[in-house]
Design a protein around this ligand. Structure first.
Ligand SMILES: Cc1cc2nc3c(=O)[nH]c(=O)nc-3n(C[C@H](O)[C@H](O)[C@H](O)COP(=O)(O)OP(=O)(O)OC[C@H]3O[C@@H](n4cnc5c(N)ncnc54)[C@H](O)[C@@H]3O)c2cc1C
Length: 315
């Protein structure tokens, strides 16, 4: 609200809120095996000094009728056994999926309806013509199209010259639990720490915990920190849930983009004729992708969209 005004902030939040239900519909419609599950989401204060800001966030959400309640630290402890919280916002809108499986299921569904997919194919050059674009791949093949939609994530920084996103390396571990600890199964968790931590259980009964973000330098540097970051995450889990029975099975790192206002870039760019971008930066990339689908569909039909000015380049 401070950064872009109340209207833009509320409309962006509403769109993300709705997109969770839209994702559920899509997952159901295509019979995806992504394990979509509606969950609550607890955003808790990691430090006492964070409580005031978090309460303001809570009041703002309540004012606009989002289904939230405030949980005191002892309620958090009683319900979830989390030791080091100073209370937080429990939101009754959230969901978890295996995003990788959903992406593949969506592609396969559309492939059966005629979508052409060129997997493992690097786009190396694009010629922007008056009425079309011509893409050249790494193998020298060309693809012609009336319109091009780039969904190339953080690699968009290789073609867009201005400084519009900050890249971070982020880490996660996932592991089995040796005994039944279903207390966390219906809720997503994240905190106000900097860098923040988040955790949730997975459809196959594991626990996933992530965070420990730091500035991205290159993929080699990012991956060289894997073991160190995994140990840190295990330590954080131990502090949060001392009694939790956890054994790390997998660790991984990813790169993601953070924007000044936490919003994505979706729309046209003056240097790229006949082209749109859908860049789901900001850590809510999954919900932004649903909004991107709506917005680009509108643009292709020459229709306006409520969020255009909030997600545009050069805002
Ligand atoms: C560990 C981790 C946890 C996350 N957790 C969450 C979460 O819980 N909820 C949430 O909403 N978001 C989460 N995010 C963020 C979310 O994953 C991203 O915001 C989202 O994936 C961004 O989507 P995108 O389509 O913009 O880009 P991406 O998913 O990065 O996709 C870009 C694609 O473009 C391809 N590409 C790039 N350049 C080329 C080229 N020249 N030729 C061909 N292909 C190219 C890439 O290979 C890639 O497949 C998480 C991110 C990470 C890393």
């Amino acid at each position: 609200m401070k950064k872009i005004g109340e209207k833009g902030a509320v409309e962006s939040y509403r769109a993300c809120f709705r997109s969770i239900d839209d994702l559920e519909k899509i997952a159901t419609q295509i019979k995806s095996g992504c394990g979509f599950k509606k969950k609550d989401s607890l955003y808790f204060a990691a430090l006492k000094k964070d409580v005031d800001e978090l309460k303001k966030e809570f009041e703002a959400r309540k004012k606009y009728d989002f289904p939230v309640e405030w949980m005191e630290a002892d309620e958090v402890k009683n319900k979830y056994l989390i030791e080091n919280s100073y209370g937080g916002i429990l939101s009754h809108q959230g969901g978890s999926i295996d995003a990788y499986t959903l992406a593949h299921d969506i592609l396969y569904y559309n492939y059966k309806r005629g979508l052409k997919i060129f997997d493992k194919t690097n786009v190396q050059h694009t010629a922007y013509k008056r009425n079309e674009v011509i893409i050249t791949t790494e193998y020298g093949n060309t693809i012609k199209a009336k319109k091009l939609i780039y969904c190339n994530g953080f690699e968009s920084t290789e073609i867009i010259k201005e400084n519009f996103v900050k890249l971070l390396s982020t880490y996660a571990i996932v592991g089995e639990q040796k005994k039944e600890q279903s207390i966390l199964n219906d809720t997503l968790f994240w905190n106000t720490a900097d860098p923040y931590n988040y955790m949730r259980t997975t459809d196959d009964g594991r626990l996933l915990i992530g965070g420990e973000d730091e500035d991205f330098v290159n993929t080699k540097k990012r991956d060289s920190l894997l073991n160190k970051k995994a140990k840190k995450l295990e330590g954080k889990l131990k502090k949060m849930l001392p009694e939790y029975n956890f054994r790390t099975d997998f660790i991984w790192a990813g790169t993601f983009g953070e924007t000044e206002d936490g919003l994505p870039y979706i729309g046209a760019h003056s240097n790229f004729p006949n082209t749109y971008f859908v860049l789901g930066f900001g850590g809510n990339g999954i919900t932004f992708s649903v909004i991107g689908m709506e917005m680009i569909s509108a643009f292709l039909k020459n229709k306006k969209h409520l969020l255009t000015s909030y997600f545009k380049f050069g805002r």
